[in-house]
Design a binder for this molecule. Structure first.
Ligand SMILES: [Zn+2]
Length: 236
């Protein structure tokens, strides 16, 4: 079973890519992906996809903690829209993960027992070490570091380092170029705390799945990373 823990729908002129839900389902079918976690702006794009394909699309609510209605929006997403998690992007929305501004959202994540995925790997806002402080402040909230440090070896090592220290930090593999670091994360952080993601449409399952398969994991570890870990984390 493959679960893609990181995807987007929409049109992105800066990156010259776009993806609608039907195109996503085609890609999922081709690569035997059972379910995809989607977070998009506006959030209504995610909602429409979840409503249309509730068996295939898992919704995460994209929140900007600077916005006054973010907690209200989160409550609606969980109780009315059946969303399963939260996405925040410190780089785009200019906040540090461990600043008090995130706390009201983290408190609700704890209440609803849902994970929070953060973009991780760009200075100054989304470096791995800030997530350790956050994880220590909210030990009952599962935090996913999207891209596990992204393209910079110092940040990738930093993401592995903080996940080693915090049981509630998970690492998601999209956009991180080194297959060898997936194996290292599985061996040192734990086989149950690494999640496959593609970052569609910025990345693609064709090579993101291959990257995980190339990492040299055991058959069981591969099954965990490609899908079973996400299934357990999201309770799906
Ligand atoms: Zn992304």
């Amino acid at each position: 079973m493959i679960v893609d823990s990181h995807t987007h729908l929409g049109v992105f002129p800066l990156f010259n890519v776009k993806l609608d839900v039907n195109e996503m389902l085609e890609i999922m079918k081709k690569h035997k992906i059972e379910k995809s976690v989607v977070f998009s702006l506006p959030n209504e794009l995610t909602l429409q996809a979840v409503e249309k394909y509730p068996q295939k699309i898992i919704g995460f609510i994209w929140l900007n903690p600077h916005k006054k209605d973010s907690v209200q929006l989160l409550e609606k997403a969980v109780t009315k829209w059946n969303f399963k998690g939260i996405k925040m992007h410190p780089l785009i929305d200019s906040f540090l993960p461990d600043q008090p501004i995130t706390h009201p959202i983290m408190e609700k994540a704890e209440k609803y027992r849902i994970p929070v995925l953060f973009h991780c790997g760009h200075p100054p806002w989304s470096l791995p070490w800030h997530f350790k402080n956050l994880a220590d402040s909210f030990p009952n909230v599962n935090i996913i570091l999207g891209h596990m440090g992204h393209g910079h070896i110092v940040y990738i090592n930093g993401a592995i380092e903080v996940a080693k220290k915090c049981d509630n930090i998970f690492l998601e593999t999209s956009g991180m170029p080194m297959h060898s670091k997936i194996k290292e994360a599985v061996l040192t952080v734990g086989e149950e705390r690494v999640l496959y993601g593609s970052d569609m449409p910025f990345g693609h399952p064709a090579f993101e799945i291959k990257k995980v398969e190339t990492a040299g994991l055991s058959e069981h570890q591969l099954e965990l990373v490609l899908g079973l870990n996400a299934k357990k984390l999201l309770q799906i």
